[in-house]
Design a protein around this ligand. Structure first.
Ligand code: G6P
Length: 761
């Protein structure tokens, strides 16, 4: 605040000081000239007076040739500090008498060749001298001439003094005028602010009351000052929003629900439309032997965002990748979903084989995915893939613009597939609220610097109003990356980036899941029994569960190595413990993923050969798609859930497992390199690269006393329940709406205060 008022004062004073300074410098030579002329005139008069005063004694002493008297006369005269020397030249123009100070170089030559000029300034090694010649005559004869020499250095000294005074005077004047201006401006500004404050405190509040209430009120609302009247409506709106925000914050102890999110959207964003953009669609229509089936993809993003869309309605724009997708849409490529109970619209965008290859498999999954995960797989960047990435981002941005019914929709852009889209949308819809969420980690600036199109990616993302990551650490990495590669203004305290005149808030919003309804699916006891029966396992078999896409970032190999080590170190667990690994096939046309699958399968075979027999296999690998009901049954049947990602933005499997365990049993083993580990401190946190540590954790989980399991599980359940997906979306929407309102009001206040200031200055 102080800094701002200092800057404000500086803005007023500086131009004034510059103008006065220039004026002072222009006026100094004029003043010099004037004083010089004034002093010269004074010297001339003085010299004439002196010469006249010496005429009488000299006309007496010169004919007498009385050198002594003349010298005495001269010596007395030059006691005057300005009279420098005296001399007398006789009628033959020979130097007859002089004071010791008289410069020899002057001799008796006439000071000016011009007739009649008796006074002149000459420059000698001693400095500038003022010479006056005064003829000495008696009535009868011409005796000679008296030469008076005045030192002019005192004029220069005086001139310097005068210059100093003039400059000091102007400086003083500048300070006084500036101070007066600043005081007047501040008083007017304060007056304006006070009017706004009183309006906020009294006027608006009073006016907000019902007429009946104001009748009982003892105080009459003060009239709104005319200068604030144009703002009254906006301020009232702002006040309402702040009240609503306070209300929303005040009840933060309550659980976030779909209803609460809906209310918030309605009140905060005035029912604005919500458009989600993601690559993966929430529902795929697939041709199967039994006809068209609808499938939910294995995607953390879809798991999280789908419940939000159910609550908000709106439109979800995504790549139509199911084999029967085209058959399910209307002529605008739209289909209402969820199929059983439609609550929002899915708008499909079609991609050619070539586009999918370059944008999805190439740039997104061979480039950005390994780049951001740093899981020891080299990112591959090809210009052709980049071109497709740009083109597809533009296709989706066009779809957003086309779907938008207003010029300021709320756009939720998802993930690394659409880094360029926020800016592309912003260019056409500058008033849109664009919330981008990056679902995967953001690496450090050095690692990100590998990307040949790093500046374009950063610029694209900075088209967003709000940019979200799962953790503070990823936000920090992003801010540092922008700092390293773009000329942007970063405010670390408030986590904002100003780039190209646009402000982006960078914030951590840890993603979560929808807390399940109590009656969701079969209970724990039922699931324990039925799953063991289906797997052909004894009823008391200890069961581990892993649910992942078959992806090299998930630490599946390290997980199996830890199981192998645990069985090696605790042979009593051989035969007693089985691990079910659900591995949804993923991006399988990429070499890296095919190789990974082969390595996983061969490791499983080796471990099963080593510890298994015809009735027992320690690892049951299920490389196939499972729907959420099936997965939930496994979560409930398991004793331990293993999440051992080498790097993961959040990992929702960890949260899903916790949500499924309403019996408050079961142990979660969680990699320290997941975003979830920052929240779920009661899990057994492991470094997946440390195989012995992993083995130890598995053994500890399998032998953990029930009471400890309950304590840990209870605490984690209460966190996930409160910090659910509606809170994730609610916080982002609230922040964005606040930025949006603030920007609107600030624009008005700025333009108004500029007008007021212009009147003052
Ligand atoms: C991660 C990404 C999502 C993606 C999901 C599944 O969770 O953050 O954007 O949808 O993996 O990957 P896929 O390539 O099959 O969509």
């Amino acid at each position: 605040m102080q800094l701002r008022s200092f800057k404000f004062s500086l803005r007023l004073i500086l131009p004034l000081a510059i103008v006065l300074g220039l004026f002072a410098f222009a006026i100094v030579p004029l003043v010099d000239n004037l004083t010089m002329r004034w002093f010269m005139r004074e010297l001339d008069a003085r010299s004439n007076m002196l010469a006249n005063a010496m005429q009488d004694p000299l006309t007496e002493y010169v004919p007498q040739k009385s050198a002594k008297k003349i010298n005495q006369l001269f010596d007395r005269a030059i006691l005057d500090e300005r009279l420098y020397a005296l001399a007398f030249c006789d009628a033959d123009n020979q130097l007859a008498y002089k004071t010791v100070t008289y410069p020899d170089s002057l001799g008796c030559r006439s000071v000016s060749p011009k007739l009649g000029v008796r006074q002149a300034v000459i420059h000698t090694p001693q400095g500038a001298l003022h010479i006056t010649e005064s003829p000495l005559n008696t009535e009868a004869e011409h005796l000679g001439k008296l030469v008076l020499v005045h030192d002019m250095s005192f004029i220069e000294r005086r001139n310097a003094d005068t210059r100093k005074y003039v400059i000091t005077l102007f400086a003083l004047l500048a300070v006084i005028i500036s101070l007066i201006t600043v005081v007047v401006a501040h008083l007017s500004w304060r007056g304006w602010i006070t009017s706004v404050k009183s309006l906020l405190r009294g006027g608006l509040l009073h006016r907000e009351q019902s007429p009946a209430a104001s009748n009982h009120s003892a105080t009459v609302p003060p009239p709104t000052p005319p200068e604030v009247q144009p703002l009254e409506g906006d301020l009232r709106a702002l006040l309402n929003e702040i009240n609503l925000e306070r209300r929303t914050r005040d009840d933060s102890s309550h659980i976030w629900t779909p209803e609460k999110l809906r209310t918030l959207l309605h009140e905060e964003l005035a029912g604005d439309e919500v458009l989600v953009v993601s690559n993966r669609e929430p529902y795929l229509h697939m041709h199967t032997r039994n006809g068209v089936e609808v499938r939910r993809p294995a995607s953390g993003l879809v798991t999280a965002v789908e419940p939000v869309m159910r609550a908000c309605s709106g439109t979800w724009i995504a790549h139509g990748s199911g084999s029967a997708d085209r058959d399910a849409v209307d002529r605008n490529d739209r289909v209402p979903v969820p199929p059983a109970n439609p609550s929002y619209t899915l708008r499909r965008v079609w991609l050619t084989k070539e586009e999918e290859e370059g944008y999805y498999y190439g740039f997104a999954n061979e480039g950005l995915w390994p780049l951001c995960h740093i899981a020891h797989v080299r990112p591959v960047f090809r210009s052709g893939d980049w071109d497709q990435y740009v083109q597809v981002n533009q296709r989706f941005a066009d779809a957003v613009i086309k779907e938008a019914r207003t010029d300021d929709p709320v756009v939720l852009a998802q993930d690394y597939h659409f880094a360029l889209l926020p800016r592309m949308v912003r260019e056409v819809l500058p008033k849109a609220t664009i919330i981008t969420f990056w679902h995967i980690p953001w690496p450090n600036p050095e690692s990100f610097g590998i990307c040949p199109w790093r500046e374009e990616i950063l610029e694209g993302l900075l088209g967003s109003t709000t940019l979200g990551f799962h953790t503070e650490f990823h936000c920090k990495n992003f801010l540092e990356t922008v700092d390293r590669y773009l000329e942007a203004r970063i405010e670390h305290e408030v986590s904002t980036i100003s780039y190209g005149g646009k402000l982006t808030k960078v914030e951590d919003y840890p993603i979560s899941i929808a807390w399940p309804e109590a009656e969701d699916g079969p209970g724990v006891a039922e699931s324990r029994t039925s799953i063991r029966q289906e797997l052909g396992l004894p009823a008391n078999q200890l069961l581990g569960i892993g649910v992942d896409r078959l992806d090299y970032t998930k630490g599946i190999i390290e997980r199996f190595q830890a199981i192998e080590k645990m069985l090696e170190q605790h042979p009593e667990m051989v035969g007693r413990f089985s691990m079910v690994q659900i591995a949804a096939p993923s991006r399988s046309s990429l070499d890296e993923y095919q190789n990974f699958e082969a390595r996983v399968r061969s490791l499983v075979q080796r471990i099963n050969r080593r510890f298994g027999n015809s009735n027992y296999e320690p690892i049951l690998l299920k490389v196939e798609h499972h729907d959420s009901d099936q997965v939930n049954r496994y979560y409930r049947a398991a004793d331990v859930c293993l999440v051992t990602s080498l790097h993961d933005g959040m990992n929702l499997v960890a949260k899903e497992f916790i949500a499924a365990r309403d019996d408050e049993h079961g142990v979660l083993i969680l990699s320290q390199f997941t975003g979830a580990a920052r929240e779920l401190h009661e899990a057994l946190i492991v470094n997946p690269y440390h195989i012995e540590q992993g083995a130890e954790a598995i053994y500890r989980a399998l032998t953990m006393p029930e009471i400890e399991q309950r304590e840990r599980m209870r605490s984690m359940r209460s966190l996930v329940k409160d910090f659910n997906i509606y809170r994730w979306a609610g916080r982002m929407l609230l922040d964005a709406s606040r930025l949006r309102q603030r920007e609107r009001i600030m624009t008005k206040i700025h333009s108004h205060s500029r007008k007021s200031l212009r009147r003052v200055v």
